[in-house]
Structures are given as structure tokens and as C-alpha cells.
Design a protein around this ligand. Structure first.
Ligand code: HEC
Ligand code: HEC
Ligand code: HEC
Ligand code: HEC
Ligand code: HEC
Ligand code: HEC
Ligand code: HEC
Ligand code: HEC
Ligand code: HEC
Ligand code: HEC
Ligand code: HEC
Length: 334
């Protein structure tokens, strides 16, 4: 906790004031996921009188009593005063509610512009242009900015509305389906989809942040591409465009491949590029790449091999049947 930090006095009443050990419904609601006695705001309103005029004033007399308190407050502690979550939108800081809000009417918010998107675009015209004019557009970004963003604050950088995975899955049910597989690639289902994809549209197929193996080697290459952003306790990759926690590499044990001149994985001297992929039956052959052997999102087993395969001879045979004498080859990891 920093100098300005705050700690919730409710913690003194014990964790079971808000959490229960016996909440295990199948639905992925916040209550079930975090084993809560009930969800916010009901949970919070038990102890905080939202009709109290002092408390209302602290919220600029906006209808906070029916809002999800957790979009602005951390339930436990914070390095900010008043349990405010870590990442605050610049105009929200210092109680700048009036920049975007008029006085509430009939318990509903009234914005300073006719709708949320117009409001955002008054300051972020560049983003609206980026979305409209991208070489590879993302139809998912053409609607409201608040489809993905919280206008106030977030516990993650970039102000995702819920979290950096959930905001995408709502519209991408095929990828949501993949989440059911037991082996997840950390950046896809923990760090967030925009680690590899440009959410506002971009330059490359499938909205990828880099072409070919460069995407994967940003993290798995022998030279780390990460830069320190010491002021914000973050690391950045992809030229500063993606932010990671400062201990990302240690916490997640990112495997680094022993590649030299495009050779050295999955076995000594094995190429990962610059030769053709023999499995590719298309008229236009594609070069061997990480995606010749791996899936980027998930698999039913560790290793994330294509078609959910296990790491065995049959997998190598996809390309090597009748091709190469591999009798002396040792499988990686065996
Ligand atoms: C005032 C109510 C409250 C109390 C007291 C409380 N929690 Fe929580 N806790 C929450 C809420 C609400 C969430 C869900 C946060 C979210 O939706 O992002 C949560 C989430 C969590 C999580 C998962 C997400 C995370 O932040 O890591 C853990 C672990 C957790 N609580 C542990 C504890 C422990 C341990 C205690 C006792 C020291 C405690 N909580 C006391 C309300 C509370
Ligand atoms: C068991 C009772 C209880 C529950 C449940 C509870 N609080 Fe509190 N909360 C307190 C007490 C006690 C204080 C300290 C006195 C005060 O400021 O009212 C406090 C203080 C706060 C503060 C001010 C912190 C500061 O540093 O001044 C915030 C913000 C807050 N609570 C938000 C929440 C939110 C959000 C929830 C729901 C996730 C919640 N509370 C649930 C009892 C509770
Ligand atoms: C839109 C963001 C937002 C939402 C939603 C929100 N709050 Fe707050 N809350 C704030 C801000 C900002 C402050 C700090 C005001 C200040 O610095 O004086 C605050 C302050 C508080 C305080 C401390 C008041 C004091 O006396 O210092 C409490 C308690 C609190 N909120 C509880 C809640 C509860 C309970 C909910 C949900 C029912 C909630 N808040 C929803 C932004 C929010
Ligand atoms: C950058 C503009 C902006 C700022 C600054 C801002 N808000 Fe908002 N607020 C919005 C928008 C946009 C919405 C409607 C979100 C939506 O589309 O659901 C909103 C909604 C709300 C809601 C209703 C949320 C709900 O889920 O019911 C509350 C309460 C609120 N704001 C409180 C505040 C308070 C308090 C402050 C100042 C501490 C504040 N806002 C600052 C833009 C802003
Ligand atoms: C009054 C001007 C203003 C308005 C209105 C405004 N913003 Fe911002 N916003 C800023 C400033 C200033 C920053 C910080 C500098 C930057 O990153 O551009 C920022 C940053 C952001 C960020 C980046 C946060 C981060 O962690 O990098 C997002 C996302 C964002 N705004 C979304 C929105 C959305 C969505 C709306 C509409 C609900 C909105 N903004 C309305 C001024 C504004
Ligand atoms: C409001 C709905 C919506 C949201 C939210 C959304 N998308 Fe999309 N996305 C679409 C639509 C519609 C398409 C075009 C049809 C398709 O390819 O599925 C698309 C296309 C894509 C594509 C290109 C698919 C291809 O085959 O080339 C990617 C990648 C993508 N989205 C990633 C994301 C990511 C990452 C997020 C979260 C930051 C996200 N989407 C959030 C609706 C959405
Ligand atoms: C499909 C979801 C989606 C939509 C819709 C969307 N954004 Fe974003 N936006 C994101 C994600 C994801 C990030 C990256 C957050 C991160 O990881 O740093 C982002 C980042 C930002 C940033 C931080 C700078 C940057 O480019 O990384 C700003 C500012 C921003 N968005 C503004 C907007 C505005 C304004 C709109 C509406 C015109 C909008 N966004 C619509 C998902 C979206
Ligand atoms: C580690 C980087 C990475 C992350 C993180 C990532 N993706 Fe992808 N994604 C890719 C690559 C690479 C492709 C292209 C696959 C191909 O060409 O076969 C892709 C393809 C896609 C496609 C289009 C083709 C398809 O498979 O349906 C969608 C939609 C998509 N991703 C959405 C998402 C969503 C949603 C998330 C977050 C849950 C996410 N991605 C996270 C790397 C990533
Ligand atoms: C943001 C950094 C990042 C990027 C970019 C990234 N990865 Fe990863 N990758 C990780 C982390 C962290 C782990 C270790 C955690 C885990 O096992 O999921 C990992 C693990 C793996 C594993 C081992 C999984 C297992 O089950 O043992 C494979 C294979 C892999 N990545 C392939 C790829 C491919 C292919 C790409 C490009 C499409 C890629 N990675 C891009 C961070 C990244
Ligand atoms: C010719 C097939 C092939 C290619 C091409 C390939 N891999 Fe692999 N990779 C494998 C096999 C096989 C394993 C071992 C899987 C296991 O442990 O079950 C593996 C394992 C990994 C691991 C986990 C290593 C560890 O030490 O835990 C990572 C990370 C990885 N690959 C990333 C990549 C990246 C990034 C690329 C592109 C530069 C790539 N792979 C290209 C076949 C391949
Ligand atoms: C997606 C296709 C593909 C898969 C799967 C694959 N390889 Fe390869 N492998 C190649 C290509 C292409 C070459 C280089 C061209 C050639 O000689 O056929 C190569 C070359 C080799 C070489 C010779 C390296 C040297 O010294 O020049 C060995 C040994 C080898 N592979 C072993 C394996 C093993 C073991 C596996 C299973 C873990 C495997 N390969 C899986 C495509 C693949």
C-alpha cells in the first residue's frame, strides 16, 4: 500500500462478511466466480447507506447507489485513497464528474453529449478515425466505445469494461468455446486478447499485432523485447503498445526458445521459418511457422500443438513420414 493508499475497514469484520465457501453455481457470475454472499451493489449497500446525503455528494449526486460499485472501488485495498481502483481515466481523476455528466434526472445519468460515443469522440477523435480508417477494420469496434471501455476507471490498464478477456468473448463465441479446453495459452485467457490483436483495427490479417513468427517471438524469442515503464510499474511490448505487469516474465515463467538463425526448436537445428510447410496442401505454399505446429489460444493438452495433438512420433509424422530419417531423433521434453 502506497502513502496515499487505503484499506477497507470491512476486512476487520472477516473475509466471510462478503465471501462464502459454499457458492459454486455453474453460471460464471461474479458471485460464483469469487464466492460472494451476493453481488455488488447489494453486497455494499448492506453497510453503506446510499441515501446518505454526504455520501451522495461524494458521488456528485450521480445515481451511484444502483451502479456496480466495483467499476470504481476495490473491495479490499488500493494504492489510491477511498479504495479507488488503480487505473483512472484522466477526466475522472480529481472528481471531474462534470466533464461528462449533467445533474442526474429521475435516477438516471444525463451526459454532456447526446450519447456516450459522441462524448468520447470530443476528446478521442483520433481513435474514432483509427477505427474507421484501419486497413483491416474490426467490425466489433464500430459501435459504442463503451461496448469495451469503462468511462471511469478499472483495475487493468486500458479501462476494459469488465476485464480484458471477457470484453471480447461476448461477441466471439467460437473463442469462448475454446476456453472450455483445459490447456490455455496464458496471454489468451489471462493477460487479454489485445495482447496479440489490435482491438481498434490494424494492419495485419486477423488483426494481429505483428506478421508471422514475429508475433510469438515478441515473448518467446531469445532476446526479450520488453521495455521497462518504471513510473507505472509496468513492462511494455510491441513498441510500447501492450502493457504487462512488471513481474510478468517471472510470474508466468515465459518459455524462451533457444533459436539461432531461425533454427533450434523443437529439436536441435530444427527450422521454424524460411522453409516450406510440407503439411500445407494449398496451391500457394506457406512457409513453416509457429502456427504450422501450434494453436495460439488453447488445446485439450499441454504444448498447444495443432489439432490438439500430443507430442509424439505421430505428430512428427505429420511432416516427416517417408521424408527424413529421424531414427536418432529424440523428442523434445522426453
Ligand atoms: C467488503 C466485502 C469483502 C471483504 C470483507 C473481502 N472481500 Fe474478497 N472480494 C470481494 C469482492 C466484491 C470481490 C470480487 C472482485 C471483482 O469482482 O473484481 C472479491 C474478490 C476476492 C478475490 C479474488 C479476486 C482478487 O482480488 O484477487 C480474493 C482472492 C479475495 N476476494 C479474498 C479475500 C480475502 C482473503 C478476504 C479477507 C482478508 C476478503 N477477500 C475480504 C469482497 C470482499
Ligand atoms: C460489513 C460492512 C461493510 C460492507 C459489506 C462494505 N463496507 Fe465499505 N466500509 C465499511 C466500513 C466500516 C468502512 C469505514 C467507515 C466508512 O468510511 O464508512 C467502509 C469504508 C468504505 C470506503 C471508504 C474507504 C476510505 O478509505 O475512506 C469505501 C470506498 C467503501 N467502504 C466501499 C465499499 C464497497 C465498494 C463495498 C462492496 C464491495 C463495501 N464498501 C462493502 C463497511 C462495509
Ligand atoms: C463512478 C465511480 C463510482 C461508483 C460507481 C461508486 N463510487 Fe464510491 N466513490 C467514488 C469516488 C470518486 C469517491 C471519492 C470521492 C472523494 O475523493 O471525495 C467515492 C467515495 C466513496 C466512499 C467514501 C465516502 C467518504 O465519506 O469519503 C464510499 C463509502 C463509497 N464511495 C461507496 C460506494 C458504494 C457503496 C458504491 C456502490 C453502491 C459506490 N461507492 C459506487 C466513485 C464511485
Ligand atoms: C469521461 C466521461 C465521464 C466521467 C469523467 C465520469 N463519467 Fe460517469 N458515466 C459516463 C458515461 C459515458 C456513463 C454511461 C455508461 C454507459 O454507457 O453505460 C456514465 C455512467 C455513470 C453512472 C451510472 C453507472 C451505472 O452503471 O448505472 C454513475 C453512477 C456515474 N457515471 C458516476 C460518475 C461519477 C461519480 C463521476 C465522477 C467521480 C463520473 N461518473 C465521471 C462518463 C463519465
Ligand atoms: C474531456 C476529455 C475526455 C473525454 C470526454 C474522454 N476521454 Fe478518454 N482520455 C482522456 C485523456 C486526457 C486520456 C489520457 C491520455 C490518453 O491516453 O489519450 C484518456 C485516456 C483514455 C483511455 C486510455 C486509458 C489507458 O489506460 O491508456 C481510454 C481507453 C479512454 N480514454 C476511453 C474513453 C472513453 C470510452 C470515453 C467516452 C466514455 C472517453 N475516453 C472520454 C480524455 C477524455
Ligand atoms: C460488439 C461485438 C464485438 C466485440 C466486443 C469484439 N468483437 Fe471482434 N469482431 C466482431 C465482428 C462482428 C467481427 C467480424 C466477423 C468475424 O470475423 O467474426 C470481428 C472480428 C474480429 C477478428 C478478426 C477475425 C478474422 O477472422 O480475421 C478478431 C481477431 C477479433 N474480432 C478480435 C476481437 C478482440 C480481441 C476483441 C476484444 C478486444 C473483440 N474482437 C471484441 C465483433 C466484436
Ligand atoms: C472492441 C472493443 C473496443 C472498442 C469498441 C473500443 N476500444 Fe478502445 N481499446 C480496446 C482495448 C482492448 C484497448 C487496449 C487496452 C490495453 O490493453 O492497453 C483499447 C485501448 C484504447 C485507448 C488507449 C490507447 C490505445 O490505443 O491503446 C484509447 C484512448 C481507447 N481505446 C479509446 C477508445 C475510443 C474513444 C473508442 C470509441 C471510439 C474505443 N476505444 C472503442 C478495446 C476497444
Ligand atoms: C498469443 C497471441 C494471441 C492471443 C493472446 C489471442 N489470439 Fe486470437 N489469434 C491469434 C493468431 C495467431 C490467430 C490466427 C490463427 C490462424 O491464422 O490460424 C488468431 C485468430 C483469431 C480469430 C480469427 C480466427 C479464429 O480462430 O476464429 C479470432 C476471432 C480471435 N483470434 C480472437 C481472439 C480472442 C477473443 C482472444 C482472447 C480470448 C484472442 N484471440 C487472443 C493469436 C492470439
Ligand atoms: C505476451 C507474451 C506471449 C506471446 C506474444 C506469446 N506467448 Fe506463448 N506463452 C506465454 C506465456 C506467459 C506462456 C507460459 C504460460 C503457459 O503455459 O500458458 C506461454 C506458453 C506457450 C507455449 C507452451 C504451452 C504449454 O502448454 O506448455 C506455447 C507452445 C506457446 N506459448 C506458443 C506461442 C505461440 C505459437 C505464440 C504466437 C502465436 C505465442 N506463444 C505468443 C506468453 C506469450
Ligand atoms: C515443427 C513443429 C514446431 C514448430 C515449427 C514450432 N514448435 Fe514450439 N513446440 C513444438 C513441440 C513438439 C513442442 C513440445 C510440446 C510439448 O511439450 O508437449 C513445442 C514447445 C513449445 C513451447 C514450450 C517450450 C517449453 O520449453 O516449455 C513454446 C513456448 C513453443 N513451442 C513456442 C513456439 C514458437 C514461438 C514457435 C515459432 C517461432 C514454435 N514454437 C514453433 C513444435 C513446434
Ligand atoms: C509442420 C511440419 C513439421 C513437423 C510437425 C515437424 N517437422 Fe521436423 N522438419 C520440418 C521441415 C520443413 C524440416 C526441414 C526440411 C526438411 O528437411 O524436410 C524439418 C527438419 C527436421 C529435422 C532435421 C533438422 C536438421 O538437422 O536439419 C529433424 C531432426 C526434425 N525435423 C525432427 C522433427 C521432430 C522430432 C518432430 C516432432 C517433434 C518434427 N520434426 C516435426 C517440418 C516439420
Amino acid at each position: 500500500m502506497g502513502e496515499k493508499g487505503s484499506r477497507h475497514a470491512a476486512l476487520d469484520a472477516g473475509c466471510d462478511t462478503c465471501h462464502t465457501t459454499h457458492k459454486t453455481g455453474a453460471e460464471p457470475t461474479a458471485e460464483n466466480r469469487f464466492h460472494l454472499t451476493k453481488a455488488a451493489p447489494a453486497l455494499c449497500v448492506d453497510c453503506h447507506d446510499v441515501k446518505d446525503s454526504e455520501l451522495q455528494k461524494k458521488h456528485n449526486n450521480q445515481p451511484f447507489g444502483t451502479a456496480n460499485c466495483l467499476q470504481c472501488h476495490d473491495p479490499h485495498q488500493s494504492d489510491q485513497p477511498k479504495l479507488i481502483v488503480k487505473f483512472q481515466h484522466a477526466p475522472f481523476q480529481g472528481n471531474g464528474c462534470d466533464t461528462c455528466h449533467q445533474p442526474a434526472k429521475d435516477g438516471k445519468v444525463v451526459l454532456t453529449q447526446t450519447d456516450a460515443k459522441l462524448l468520447c469522440v470530443t476528446c478521442h477523435e483520433d481513435k474514432a478515425k483509427e477505427i474507421e480508417s484501419a486497413k483491416v477494420p474490426h467490425p466489433g469496434a464500430a459501435g459504442d466505445c463503451t461496448d469495451c471501455h469503462n468511462p471511469h476507471a478499472s483495475s487493468q490498464p486500458g479501462l476494459p469494461k469488465t476485464d480484458s478477456v471477457t470484453i471480447c468473448l461476448g461477441c466471439h463465441s467460437d473463442i469462448e468455446e475454446l476456453q472450455k479446453k483445459p490447456a490455455h495459452h496464458q496471454p489468451a485467457f489471462a493477460q487479454g486478447c489485445s495482447t496479440c490483436h489490435t482491438p481498434h483495427g490494424g494492419e495485419n490479417d486477423h488483426l494481429l499485432r505483428a506478421k508471422g513468427n514475429a508475433l510469438c517471438l515478441e515473448c518467446h524469442g531469445p532476446e526479450s523485447q520488453a521495455q521497462k515503464d518504471a513510473a507505472n510499474h509496468l513492462l511494455t511490448i510491441f513498441n510500447g503498445k501492450v502493457r504487462l505487469p512488471e513481474d510478468y516474465y517471472q510470474t508466468n515463467k515465459v518459455p524462451i526458445l533457444p533459436l539461432r538463425y531461425g533454427l533450434g526448436h523443437p529439436v536441435e537445428y530444427h527450422p521454424v521459418s524460411d522453409v516450406m510447410d510440407p503439411t500445407n496442401q494449398a496451391k500457394v505454399k506457406t512457409p513453416l511457422s509457429c502456427l504450422s505446429c501450434h494453436q495460439p489460444h488453447a488445446s485439450s493438452q499441454a504444448g498447444l500443438l495443432v489439432k490438439d495433438q500430443a507430442n509424439n512420433m505421430a505428430f512428427c509424422d505429420n511432416c516427416h513420414k517417408n521424408r527424413l530419417n529421424m531414427k536418432e531423433t529424440v523428442l523434445p521434453g522426453k
